[in-house]
Design a protein around this ligand. Structure first.
Ligand SMILES: C=C(OP(=O)(O)O)C(=O)O
Length: 571
């Protein structure tokens, strides 16, 4: 199979298949009274947990639910409490010897089918409520189930999944995994970002065929070329053993450059920072000699839970990362939810164009109470190290001014409460929307720094959904339009004397390194595992050469000529 190689390396191991799209029955027949009692208990506990979850969402003062939303949740409580569902599930456990999982799936499917077949439109729509409730209870029934069991992977496991979301990094113990392949995804999807940050070989966008792989199939996965081999022949195994050895040799070379400073041959010091999602990632940053954090994605704390974290919990989460950074700088980005990142307890409206919709700073400015909590937590954590704050998805100057006004309010509240914080925290923005890149000269006056988010900048400039594998070939950071925007941001940063970094995936693409150096970029932030590769490019070049490369590229008309030229001159 061929997908897109997104994180280099060769992985060899056994498949562990995760199918998340539909709940799966396990077909187990209960054998004893004790098993029946245990499954009954499992179901009862799951129901109580599901009810508690709904209550917590309903009562969350932070969510500010409207009457309709509360109405939906109350209907769900009523339906869960319906004695008929309970009786049906228990009957299947007690008389048909089904597990709680299988009984719940069968009962839900029966009710959903019944409602779907009704004439009345309102009643037909209720089937979605039942499916939702079924999934909610199943989630709790399977809390300790195989796919969520952090210790259930054997060594050398290769995960095969439809897709991996940020919350999967919480529920799956990727430390026991040697690589993964996903059916969907793209170079900048979260599966790819997770793989790179963990240094795991990965292939995404393999297509539907991938899900035909069975548990325990023997897999070879090439994270560079994007090939996935299922139960390969001896010749393929031999070929890949050799490839794997040469990859390890290259990795050794990078290990040797790892401890050298990131200075070009003519003496320009470049900052190589890492993108992280929690304090746990800091070991990997230091293992790869990263000099701090250019992007701390805070969404992880908000995922896979039942309510918003309060100020205290956020403060502890950020503080832990700041302390782990041991004096190195940490740039914390305020939440970037919406788009493809949803929170189960935050009812985001269904949108036709979620990536162009209610997300990131737009949500923060709209939900001021939530934003204030996060800002106060970051300001407090900033007292423990060198912290900057960064706003995502800025498209105009008013958003920066509004966000800064709320930041000032957060500071005043902390002063009034007598709480310690860093009053001089630096404030910057992600430049990831074309209007921000074009008006960088205007925005530069309002902030201390820019960080170029090429993942979104590329998708918005080219009107190419970064998650849509059908149009992956059009997603192209080397498009002259994208390059001109990047060049302008770096240039305006220099003219206005503010520093400019890059935290999108382009910062970890060695094909782009010299070009970006030539544009004047002096700070690159990326998955920690990519740092040695980029450092190797930096220490083997000089700025005069990089400037010449930039001058040549900026005259070129097409991405094809640019990438061909860069391959020839820089790799
Ligand atoms: C770093 C970026 O943000 P995200 O977390 O959306 O990948 C980007 O858009 O380049």
């Amino acid at each position: 199979m061929k997908g897109i190689g997104v994180s280099p390396g060769i992985a060899v191991g056994r498949a562990f298949v995760i199918k998340k799209s539909a709940p799966a029955t396990n077909g187990i027949v209960l054998q004893s009274k004790e098993e029946i009692a245990a499954e009954t208990e499992r179901f009862n506990t799951a129901v109580l947990n599901a009810l508690a979850e709904i209550e917590a969402i309903k009562n969350s003062s932070q969510l500010m639910l409207n009457d309709d939303e509360i109405g939906i949740l109350e209907t769900q409580v009523e339906l869960i409490n319906d004695p008929q569902i309970r009786e049906d599930v228990l009957a299947k456990i007690e008389t048909e010897y089904n597990t709680a999982n299988d009984a719940m799936i069968a009962v839900t499917a029966g009710i959903v089918a019944l409602f779907e077949s009704m004439d009345d439109e309102y009643m037909r729509a209720r089937s979605a409520d039942f499916q939702d409730i079924g999934n909610r209870i199943l989630k709790y029934i399977n809390r300790n189930g195989e796919t969520n069991n952090r210790s259930s992977f054997a060594p050398d496991t290769i995960i095969i999944a439809d897709d991996l979301t940020p919350s999967d990094t919480i529920t799956l113990d990727l430390n026991l995994v040697t690589g993964f392949a996903t059916q969907a995804g793209s170079k900048t999807s979260h599966a790819a970002i997770i793989a790179k940050s963990k240094g795991l070989p990965a292939v995404v966008a393999c297509g539907d065929e991938l899900m035909n792989i069975n548990h325990n199939d023997f897999i070879i996965l090439d994270g560079l070329s994007g090939f996935v081999y299922v139960n390969p022949d001896e010749a393929t195994i031999r070929k890949y053993s050799a490839k794997s050895a040469s990859f390890r040799q290259q990795a050794d070379l990078y290990r040797n450059v790892k401890h050298l400073p990131a200075i070009t041959a003519d003496g320009t010091q470049i900052k190589l920072l890492a993108n992280i999602s929690s304090a746990d990632d800091m070991d990997m940053v230091f293992d790869n000699s990263g000099e701090g954090v250019g992007l701390f994605r805070t969404e992880m704390l908000f995922m896979d839970r039942d309510t918003f974290p309060d100020e205290e919990e956020q403060f502890e989460f950020y503080k832990k990362a700041v302390i782990s950074a041991a004096g190195y700088p940490v740039t914390i980005r305020t939440i970037d939810i919406g788009g493809d990142k949803h929170l189960p307890y935050f009812n985001l409206p269904a949108e036709l164009n979620p990536f162009l919709g209610y997300r990131a700073i737009r949500i923060s400015l709209d939900q001021e109470a939530l934003f204030l909590l996060q800002l106060k937590a970051i300001l407090r954590a900033a007292a423990f190290g060198e912290v900057s704050i960064m706003f995502p998805m800025i498209s105009n100057i008013k958003e920066i001014r509004d966000a800064k006004a709320i930041l000032e309010k957060a500071k005043k509240e902390l002063i009034a409460a007598g709480t310690a914080f860093d009053a001089n925290i630096k404030v910057g923005i992600m430049v990831e929307i074309p209007s921000a890149a074009i008006t960088a000269d205007i925005l530069a006056k309002e902030v201390d720094f820019f960080s170029i988010g090429t993942n979104d900048l590329c998708q918005y400039t080219l009107a190419v959904d970064r998650m849509n594998e059908k149009i992956n070939h059009l997603y192209d950071p080397f498009n002259p339009g994208v390059l001109r925007l990047i060049h302008n941001v770096i240039e305006q940063g220099r003219l206005h004397n503010i520093h400019v970094g890059m935290c999108g995936e382009m910062a970890s693409d060695s094909l782009a390194t010299l070009l970006l150096l030539g544009m004047g970029l002096q700070e690159f932030s990326m998955s920690a595992a990519s740092i040695p590769t980029i450092k190797n490019s930096i220490i083997n070049t000089n700025i005069a050469r990089a400037k010449q490369i930039c001058a040549d590229v900026m005259k070129m008309e097409s991405s094809e000529s640019i990438t061909a030229y860069l391959k020839e001159t820089t790799l």
